[in-house]
Design a protein around this ligand. Structure first.
Ligand code: G1P
Length: 291
């Protein structure tokens, strides 16, 4: 079973300026909690027990959020604010731990993943890119299905979704013989980082959820700089595919790219209307706006 997940959070969030100037973009609030909490919940729902943050000195507030805050807990206790106390104590279930390692230089996503090498050791692991929120309505989320498939086949799993053809240059794009149905995996024939429009092998884009064998770390050590002069995870996966079966998993859920302002607004709307306490009032307010 896969128990470890790497969340690269060292990026400076230039797409989300000015908000991300002095707070990490991962800490920007979606309804009533930071965006990264949704990603951690997704990982935990898929059975992950250790979250490995690959982080930067400016991002201590992420670690603080997942740590206990003794003074706050004491104050809430003294004031008998039991609901709030429960809420802040339940951010992480007791069986889940968060550890962090630093990415000392911004050398790319492949390099960020490689920074967690000593923490994952010889275990297979998941990678979740926290810019993207994945909303799953099914009892079992997409990541859980990828993990199950990996357990059965030992083939790396790359989550994808279809994107409009004019957007392929913003993503990793995979090559497959035939597009799988939603919720299904198929053998990956190739993968390329941000191909120019008109040159992409398909319109299936890499969403930012991966299940990878430990050996990818040795490959990332050998991966030369690629697109954007960065060490790309995509290129490491392309190398893995030379010797091992890699599969593309087509997701069922919905994605929100919270690294972009419009994606963030869409996420706030979707999660807002479904919020157990605020949802009804928020929906009524949206109707009042008569847009
Ligand atoms: C990264 C990956 C890319 C993937 C994307 C998903 O790119 O390199 O393959 O499609 O995340 O969000 P970035 O958005 O960091 O440029």
């Amino acid at each position: 079973m896969i128990k470890k997940a790497i969340l690269p959070v060292a990026g400076l969030g230039t797409r989300f300026l000015p908000a991300s100037k002095s707070i990490p973009k991962e800490m920007v609030t979606v309804v009533d909690r930071p965006a990264i909490e949704y990603v951690v919940r997704e990982a935990v729902a898929a059975g992950i027990e250790q979250i490995i943050l690959v982080t930067h000195s400016s991002k201590a507030s992420i670690e603080n959020y997942f740590d206990r805050n003794f003074e706050l807990e004491m104050t809430l206790q003294q004031k008998q604010k039991w609901d709030l106390l429960k809420e802040i104590s339940e951010i992480l279930p007791p069986h889940v731990s968060v550890v962090s390692v630093r990415q000392p230089q911004p050398l790319g996503l492949g390099h960020a993943v490689l920074c967690a090498k000593s923490v994952v050791g010889d275990e297979a692991f998941a990678v979740l890119l926290p810019d993207v929120l994945v909303k799953d309505d099914a009892a079992q989320n997409d990541l859980a299905q990828m993990i199950q498939r990996f357990d059965r086949t030992q083939a790396a799993q790359i989550m994808v979704e279809a994107v409009p053809d004019h957007l392929v240059d913003q993503y990793g794009i995979v090559d497959v013989a035939a597009t799988p149905d939603e919720g299904q995996s198929t053998v990956m024939q190739g993968i390329v980082e941000k191909p120019a429009v008109g040159t992409a092998p398909s319109n299936l884009s890499v969403v930012g959820r991966y299940v990878l064998p430990a050996q990818i770390m040795q490959l990332l050590e050998k991966t030369p700089r690629g697109a954007g002069n960065e060490i790309q995870l995509t290129d490491g996966i392309a190398m893995l595919q030379q010797t091992d079966t890699v599969e593309v998993y087509r997701m069922k859920g919905q994605t929100f790219d919270c690294g972009s302002k419009l994606g963030y607004l869409k996420a706030v709307l979707h999660y807002g209307v479904e919020h157990p306490k605020l949802g009804d009032a928020f929906k009524a307010f949206i109707k009042e706006l008569e847009l």
